[in-house]
Design a binder for this molecule. Structure first.
Ligand SMILES: [Zn+2]
Length: 260
């Protein structure tokens, strides 16, 4: 075999081999459009639908179904605020001295003294800033405040009265006139600043135990929109049954009375 024939044979072999190989190798499928891998933060995890348990009558009773069988018109539940105003002539039937020159409705004095004794027994010092306050004293306080604001002529007197209402109850709108409210402090010179006093250990104790003596914190921060006041020192006698219901259901006196 001469050299040209050898070359021809080699060429034919190469072509044959190429054809065989190309026939066996199937053409590559067109590259699939690559799905972009979403950033982990962008993945929307479908939320599990929350199972709403059927309310069981034992655990979530209607607040009205367990309302204590008491009369909201009883003396110890009397509501006093900017809407329910006491006349100047209102006085409790009888008051009795408690301590620090202060007085309280004599029907609730024992309950108050037991609560204060219990607090002292826990090591707290207890000072009564104000107990019963007659209408006339409230009027003196209020108009004194308004005059003080108006003094110097910076504001009109009518405006001064409106400003005074923010810090001093208008005559007839103070619970202290009932003789069933008391401002409890830890010392005579304690500055009545609600924000700094809110978690005074004495108040933490009172909030936890006042119910046993028929008292409620009357103006807690959480109810300021409804009561108009935030005063951690101000406690109100409402009787043990009402106090327990009010505190267990997270109400203020306005909300409790509205249930009747
Ligand atoms: Zn008060």
């Amino acid at each position: 075999m001469n050299q040209s024939k050898q070359r021809l044979l080699l060429f034919v072999l190469c072509i044959t081999l190429l054809l065989v190989v190309s026939a066996r190798v199937s053409p590559a499928p067109p590259a699939a459009e690559a799905e972009p891998v979403p950033d982990e933060r962008e993945i929307d995890v479908p939320e599990e639908p929350e199972e709403t348990p059927e309310p069981s009558p034992e655990t979530t009773p209607n607040i009205r179904d367990i309302l204590p069988d008491i009369s909201a018109s009883d003396w110890y539940l009397k509501l006093v605020n900017n809407t329910y105003v006491l006349p100047p002539s209102f006085t409790p039937p009888a008051v009795r001295e408690i301590q620090d020159g202060q007085y309280f409705d004599s029907r609730a004095t024992d309950a108050l003294n037991r609560m204060l004794d219990a607090a002292r027994g826990e090591g707290y010092t207890v000072y009564i800033g104000t107990g019963y306050r007659p209408y006339r004293t409230q009027a003196t306080l209020f108009y004194g405040k308004a005059s003080q604001i108006a003094w110097g002529g910076a504001v009109e007197y009518a405006e001064a009265e409106e400003l005074a209402r923010q810090t001093v109850a208008y005559p007839g709108t103070s619970e202290h006139q009932l003789g069933l409210a008391v401002d409890i402090l830890d010392a005579p010179d304690t500055r009545m600043d609600a924000d700094t006093l809110e978690d005074l250990p004495l108040y933490v104790w009172l909030r936890a135990h006042c119910v046993d003596y028929g008292f409620i914190p009357r103006y807690p921060r959480a109810k300021q929109d409804l009561t108009g006041w935030f005063e951690p020192w101000h406690y109100r006698y409402v009787g043990e049954t009402a106090a327990r219901y009010i505190l267990e259901n997270g109400l203020c006196l306005e909300e409790f009375i509205a249930l009747y």
